[in-house]
Design a protein around this ligand. Structure first.
Ligand code: SAM
Length: 288
Protein backbone atom coordinates (compact mmCIF):
# COMPACT_ATOMS: atom_id res chain seq x y z
CA UNK A 1 0.00 0.00 0.00
CA UNK A 2 1.22 3.51 -0.78
CA UNK A 3 1.97 6.10 1.90
CA UNK A 4 -1.11 7.37 3.69
CA UNK A 5 -1.94 10.82 2.44
CA UNK A 6 -4.73 11.82 4.76
CA UNK A 7 -2.97 13.07 7.87
CA UNK A 8 -3.05 16.59 9.28
CA UNK A 9 0.34 17.67 7.95
CA UNK A 10 -0.53 16.34 4.50
CA UNK A 11 -3.87 18.18 4.30
CA UNK A 12 -2.35 21.48 5.47
CA UNK A 13 0.55 21.16 3.03
CA UNK A 14 -1.68 20.16 0.10
CA UNK A 15 -3.89 23.21 0.66
CA UNK A 16 -0.92 25.55 1.13
CA UNK A 17 1.17 24.27 -1.80
CA UNK A 18 -1.77 24.57 -4.16
CA UNK A 19 -2.88 27.93 -2.82
CA UNK A 20 -6.25 26.48 -1.85
CA UNK A 21 -8.61 27.09 1.03
CA UNK A 22 -11.37 24.71 2.08
CA UNK A 23 -14.58 25.97 0.47
CA UNK A 24 -17.49 26.23 2.85
CA UNK A 25 -20.03 26.40 0.00
CA UNK A 26 -18.96 22.86 -1.05
CA UNK A 27 -18.98 21.49 2.52
CA UNK A 28 -15.21 20.91 2.45
CA UNK A 29 -13.95 19.41 5.71
CA UNK A 30 -10.98 17.17 5.06
CA UNK A 31 -10.61 14.06 7.19
CA UNK A 32 -7.21 13.63 8.86
CA UNK A 33 -7.60 10.54 11.05
CA UNK A 34 -6.03 7.32 9.78
CA UNK A 35 -8.01 5.10 12.17
CA UNK A 36 -11.31 6.50 10.97
CA UNK A 37 -10.26 6.11 7.33
CA UNK A 38 -9.50 2.47 8.16
CA UNK A 39 -12.88 1.98 9.88
CA UNK A 40 -14.74 3.44 6.90
CA UNK A 41 -12.97 1.23 4.37
CA UNK A 42 -13.08 -1.93 6.52
CA UNK A 43 -16.78 -1.54 7.26
CA UNK A 44 -17.56 -1.43 3.52
CA UNK A 45 -16.13 -5.00 3.03
CA UNK A 46 -14.79 -4.25 -0.45
CA UNK A 47 -12.91 -6.73 -2.67
CA UNK A 48 -11.06 -6.34 -5.97
CA UNK A 49 -14.20 -7.66 -7.71
CA UNK A 50 -16.14 -4.64 -6.50
CA UNK A 51 -16.43 -1.10 -7.76
CA UNK A 52 -16.86 1.90 -5.49
CA UNK A 53 -18.47 5.25 -6.14
CA UNK A 54 -16.97 8.02 -4.02
CA UNK A 55 -18.78 11.33 -3.67
CA UNK A 56 -16.47 14.27 -2.98
CA UNK A 57 -12.95 12.76 -2.97
CA UNK A 58 -11.49 16.12 -1.92
CA UNK A 59 -7.70 15.71 -1.64
CA UNK A 60 -7.92 11.93 -2.02
CA UNK A 61 -7.34 10.59 1.52
CA UNK A 62 -10.23 8.14 1.32
CA UNK A 63 -9.84 7.61 -2.43
CA UNK A 64 -6.30 6.29 -1.96
CA UNK A 65 -7.57 3.67 0.51
CA UNK A 66 -10.43 2.76 -1.81
CA UNK A 67 -8.13 2.35 -4.84
CA UNK A 68 -6.07 -0.06 -2.74
CA UNK A 69 -8.93 -2.43 -1.98
CA UNK A 70 -11.45 -2.01 -4.83
CA UNK A 71 -11.33 -3.05 -8.47
CA UNK A 72 -12.27 0.45 -9.59
CA UNK A 73 -13.24 3.77 -8.00
CA UNK A 74 -15.53 6.27 -9.72
CA UNK A 75 -15.37 9.72 -8.09
CA UNK A 76 -17.66 12.72 -8.43
CA UNK A 77 -15.98 15.96 -7.34
CA UNK A 78 -17.76 19.28 -7.90
CA UNK A 79 -14.73 21.51 -7.22
CA UNK A 80 -12.59 21.80 -10.34
CA UNK A 81 -9.71 23.34 -8.35
CA UNK A 82 -9.25 20.02 -6.52
CA UNK A 83 -8.98 17.85 -9.64
CA UNK A 84 -5.26 18.44 -10.47
CA UNK A 85 -4.31 18.06 -6.78
CA UNK A 86 -6.31 14.88 -6.54
CA UNK A 87 -4.80 13.44 -9.72
CA UNK A 88 -1.33 14.22 -8.44
CA UNK A 89 -2.05 12.59 -5.08
CA UNK A 90 -3.40 9.48 -6.77
CA UNK A 91 -0.61 9.22 -9.34
CA UNK A 92 0.41 5.73 -8.18
CA UNK A 93 -3.03 4.32 -9.10
CA UNK A 94 -4.71 3.74 -12.43
CA UNK A 95 -7.98 2.11 -11.29
CA UNK A 96 -10.03 5.26 -10.85
CA UNK A 97 -11.92 7.90 -12.81
CA UNK A 98 -12.72 11.39 -11.56
CA UNK A 99 -15.78 13.14 -12.97
CA UNK A 100 -15.83 16.88 -12.28
CA UNK A 101 -19.59 16.90 -11.74
CA UNK A 102 -22.29 17.68 -9.21
CA UNK A 103 -23.56 14.37 -7.82
CA UNK A 104 -27.10 15.75 -7.74
CA UNK A 105 -27.01 16.44 -11.49
CA UNK A 106 -25.58 13.18 -12.83
CA UNK A 107 -27.32 10.08 -14.16
CA UNK A 108 -25.79 7.50 -11.80
CA UNK A 109 -27.43 4.56 -13.50
CA UNK A 110 -25.87 5.52 -16.88
CA UNK A 111 -22.46 6.15 -15.28
CA UNK A 112 -22.53 2.71 -13.62
CA UNK A 113 -23.28 1.15 -17.03
CA UNK A 114 -20.46 3.14 -18.63
CA UNK A 115 -17.70 2.67 -16.05
CA UNK A 116 -18.60 -0.12 -13.63
CA UNK A 117 -20.54 -2.77 -15.48
CA UNK A 118 -17.79 -5.41 -15.23
CA UNK A 119 -17.75 -5.47 -11.43
CA UNK A 120 -19.64 -7.87 -9.18
CA UNK A 121 -20.98 -5.23 -6.78
CA UNK A 122 -21.22 -1.47 -6.73
CA UNK A 123 -20.86 0.26 -3.36
CA UNK A 124 -20.86 3.91 -2.38
CA UNK A 125 -18.26 5.07 0.13
CA UNK A 126 -18.02 8.75 1.00
CA UNK A 127 -17.32 11.45 3.49
CA UNK A 128 -20.38 13.41 2.39
CA UNK A 129 -20.71 17.16 1.90
CA UNK A 130 -23.13 17.76 4.81
CA UNK A 131 -25.17 20.52 3.18
CA UNK A 132 -26.73 17.94 0.85
CA UNK A 133 -26.63 14.71 2.90
CA UNK A 134 -30.30 13.74 2.54
CA UNK A 135 -30.74 14.69 -1.15
CA UNK A 136 -27.68 12.57 -1.95
CA UNK A 137 -28.96 9.54 -0.03
CA UNK A 138 -32.41 9.80 -1.61
CA UNK A 139 -30.89 10.16 -5.06
CA UNK A 140 -28.77 7.03 -4.51
CA UNK A 141 -31.75 5.05 -3.22
CA UNK A 142 -34.28 6.13 -5.82
CA UNK A 143 -32.53 6.60 -9.17
CA UNK A 144 -30.70 3.28 -9.50
CA UNK A 145 -31.06 -0.27 -8.22
CA UNK A 146 -27.46 -1.18 -9.06
CA UNK A 147 -25.93 -0.09 -5.74
CA UNK A 148 -25.80 -2.67 -2.94
CA UNK A 149 -24.29 -0.84 -0.01
CA UNK A 150 -23.57 2.70 1.14
CA UNK A 151 -20.97 3.58 3.78
CA UNK A 152 -21.08 7.28 4.49
CA UNK A 153 -19.82 9.84 6.97
CA UNK A 154 -22.50 12.38 7.85
CA UNK A 155 -23.52 14.69 10.67
CA UNK A 156 -24.17 12.69 13.86
CA UNK A 157 -27.72 13.96 14.22
CA UNK A 158 -28.69 12.69 10.75
CA UNK A 159 -26.87 9.38 11.37
CA UNK A 160 -28.87 8.84 14.57
CA UNK A 161 -32.13 9.56 12.78
CA UNK A 162 -31.29 7.23 9.90
CA UNK A 163 -30.59 4.39 12.36
CA UNK A 164 -33.41 5.40 14.76
CA UNK A 165 -35.61 2.66 16.21
CA UNK A 166 -39.27 2.95 17.31
CA UNK A 167 -39.86 4.45 20.77
CA UNK A 168 -36.62 6.46 20.72
CA UNK A 169 -36.22 10.19 20.25
CA UNK A 170 -34.24 9.67 17.04
CA UNK A 171 -37.00 7.76 15.22
CA UNK A 172 -38.75 9.90 12.61
CA UNK A 173 -39.84 10.04 8.95
CA UNK A 174 -36.20 9.80 7.78
CA UNK A 175 -35.62 6.59 9.83
CA UNK A 176 -38.65 4.99 8.20
CA UNK A 177 -37.91 6.20 4.65
CA UNK A 178 -34.37 4.77 4.84
CA UNK A 179 -35.11 1.58 6.79
CA UNK A 180 -37.93 0.76 4.36
CA UNK A 181 -35.17 0.15 1.77
CA UNK A 182 -32.04 -0.66 3.83
CA UNK A 183 -30.65 -2.28 6.93
CA UNK A 184 -29.01 0.66 8.72
CA UNK A 185 -26.14 0.45 11.21
CA UNK A 186 -23.94 3.09 12.80
CA UNK A 187 -20.27 2.15 12.37
CA UNK A 188 -18.62 4.75 14.61
CA UNK A 189 -18.84 8.27 15.98
CA UNK A 190 -16.36 10.84 14.69
CA UNK A 191 -15.41 13.96 16.64
CA UNK A 192 -15.26 17.32 14.83
CA UNK A 193 -11.59 17.71 15.80
CA UNK A 194 -10.33 15.24 13.17
CA UNK A 195 -11.24 17.46 10.20
CA UNK A 196 -9.52 20.45 8.63
CA UNK A 197 -11.30 22.79 9.04
CA UNK A 198 -13.35 21.43 11.99
CA UNK A 199 -17.09 21.46 11.15
CA UNK A 200 -19.44 22.82 13.81
CA UNK A 201 -21.12 19.43 14.34
CA UNK A 202 -19.91 15.97 15.33
CA UNK A 203 -20.18 13.18 12.78
CA UNK A 204 -20.76 9.45 12.44
CA UNK A 205 -20.22 6.76 9.83
CA UNK A 206 -23.31 4.83 8.77
CA UNK A 207 -23.56 1.62 6.74
CA UNK A 208 -26.72 1.00 4.70
CA UNK A 209 -27.18 -2.44 3.18
CA UNK A 210 -29.88 -2.19 0.56
CA UNK A 211 -32.33 -5.12 0.63
CA UNK A 212 -31.99 -7.34 -2.48
CA UNK A 213 -35.68 -8.02 -2.62
CA UNK A 214 -38.02 -5.47 -1.18
CA UNK A 215 -38.37 -6.35 2.48
CA UNK A 216 -41.48 -4.21 2.81
CA UNK A 217 -44.21 -3.78 0.25
CA UNK A 218 -46.51 -0.83 0.28
CA UNK A 219 -49.29 -0.42 -2.28
CA UNK A 220 -48.65 3.25 -3.05
CA UNK A 221 -45.12 4.45 -2.23
CA UNK A 222 -45.76 8.12 -3.01
CA UNK A 223 -48.74 8.07 -0.66
CA UNK A 224 -46.66 6.25 1.99
CA UNK A 225 -43.79 8.77 1.94
CA UNK A 226 -46.24 11.70 2.15
CA UNK A 227 -48.05 9.99 5.01
CA UNK A 228 -44.95 9.38 7.16
CA UNK A 229 -43.89 13.01 6.68
CA UNK A 230 -47.29 14.11 8.00
CA UNK A 231 -47.19 11.58 10.86
CA UNK A 232 -44.04 13.21 12.25
CA UNK A 233 -44.81 16.82 11.29
CA UNK A 234 -45.28 17.82 14.95
CA UNK A 235 -43.59 15.54 17.39
CA UNK A 236 -45.60 16.45 20.45
CA UNK A 237 -48.93 15.76 18.76
CA UNK A 238 -50.63 12.37 18.60
CA UNK A 239 -50.74 10.51 15.29
CA UNK A 240 -54.45 11.36 14.89
CA UNK A 241 -53.84 15.08 15.42
CA UNK A 242 -50.92 15.14 13.00
CA UNK A 243 -52.98 13.45 10.31
CA UNK A 244 -56.43 14.93 10.76
CA UNK A 245 -55.76 18.03 8.59
CA UNK A 246 -55.01 15.94 5.55
CA UNK A 247 -56.85 12.66 6.07
CA UNK A 248 -60.33 11.85 7.40
CA UNK A 249 -60.10 11.71 11.18
CA UNK A 250 -62.85 9.09 11.63
CA UNK A 251 -61.05 6.74 9.23
CA UNK A 252 -57.77 7.04 11.11
CA UNK A 253 -59.57 6.34 14.38
CA UNK A 254 -61.39 3.37 12.85
CA UNK A 255 -58.07 1.98 11.61
CA UNK A 256 -56.47 2.33 15.05
CA UNK A 257 -59.36 0.71 16.93
CA UNK A 258 -59.68 -2.12 14.40
CA UNK A 259 -55.97 -2.83 14.91
CA UNK A 260 -56.00 -2.59 18.72
CA UNK A 261 -53.83 0.54 18.72
CA UNK A 262 -54.68 3.19 21.32
CA UNK A 263 -56.27 6.32 19.86
CA UNK A 264 -53.76 8.68 21.46
CA UNK A 265 -50.77 6.78 20.05
CA UNK A 266 -47.77 8.88 18.99
CA UNK A 267 -46.04 8.23 15.70
CA UNK A 268 -42.77 7.19 17.32
CA UNK A 269 -44.56 4.19 18.90
CA UNK A 270 -45.40 2.61 15.53
CA UNK A 271 -43.22 0.21 13.54
CA UNK A 272 -42.56 0.39 9.78
CA UNK A 273 -45.08 -2.45 9.33
CA UNK A 274 -47.70 -0.41 11.20
CA UNK A 275 -47.13 2.59 8.88
CA UNK A 276 -47.34 0.37 5.82
CA UNK A 277 -50.67 -1.07 6.97
CA UNK A 278 -51.97 2.41 7.76
CA UNK A 279 -50.81 3.68 4.36
CA UNK A 280 -52.45 0.79 2.50
CA UNK A 281 -55.68 1.30 4.43
CA UNK A 282 -55.85 5.09 3.88
CA UNK A 283 -54.81 4.95 0.23
CA UNK A 284 -57.48 2.32 -0.45
CA UNK A 285 -60.08 4.37 1.39
CA UNK A 286 -59.16 7.46 -0.65
CA UNK A 287 -59.76 5.57 -3.87
CA UNK A 288 -63.11 4.14 -2.80
N1 SAM B 1 -13.33 12.93 0.85
C1 SAM B 1 -12.60 14.06 1.37
C2 SAM B 1 -12.14 13.76 2.77
O1 SAM B 1 -12.69 12.82 3.38
O2 SAM B 1 -11.26 14.44 3.27
C3 SAM B 1 -13.44 15.35 1.32
C4 SAM B 1 -14.77 15.28 2.01
S1 SAM B 1 -15.58 16.86 2.14
C5 SAM B 1 -16.58 16.60 3.57
C6 SAM B 1 -16.84 16.81 0.88
C7 SAM B 1 -16.35 16.80 -0.56
O3 SAM B 1 -17.49 16.79 -1.43
C8 SAM B 1 -15.52 18.00 -0.99
O4 SAM B 1 -14.40 17.57 -1.71
C9 SAM B 1 -16.47 18.82 -1.89
O5 SAM B 1 -15.81 19.62 -2.84
C10 SAM B 1 -17.29 17.70 -2.50
N2 SAM B 1 -18.64 18.13 -2.96
C11 SAM B 1 -19.45 19.07 -2.42
N3 SAM B 1 -20.61 19.15 -3.08
C12 SAM B 1 -20.56 18.23 -4.07
C13 SAM B 1 -21.46 17.83 -5.09
N4 SAM B 1 -22.66 18.40 -5.21
N5 SAM B 1 -21.08 16.85 -5.96
C14 SAM B 1 -19.84 16.27 -5.85
N6 SAM B 1 -18.94 16.61 -4.90
C15 SAM B 1 -19.30 17.57 -4.01
Amino acid sequence: MSAKIGNQAFVNKALQDNNLQAKKKFGQNFLTDQNILTSIVDSASITKNDAVIEIGPGLGSLTERLCDVAGFVLCYEIDKDLIPVLENNLSSFSNYKILNKDILEVNIDNDIDTYLKDYENVYVVANLPYYITTPIIFKLLTTTNKIKRLVMMMQLEVALRICGKPRTKDYNALSIAIQYRCFATKVCNVPRTVFIPAPNVDSAVVRLDIYDEKKYNVKNEIFFFELIKECFSQRRKTLVNNLSNKYEKNKIIKYLTDNNIKINVRSEELSIDDFIKLSDYLSNEQQS
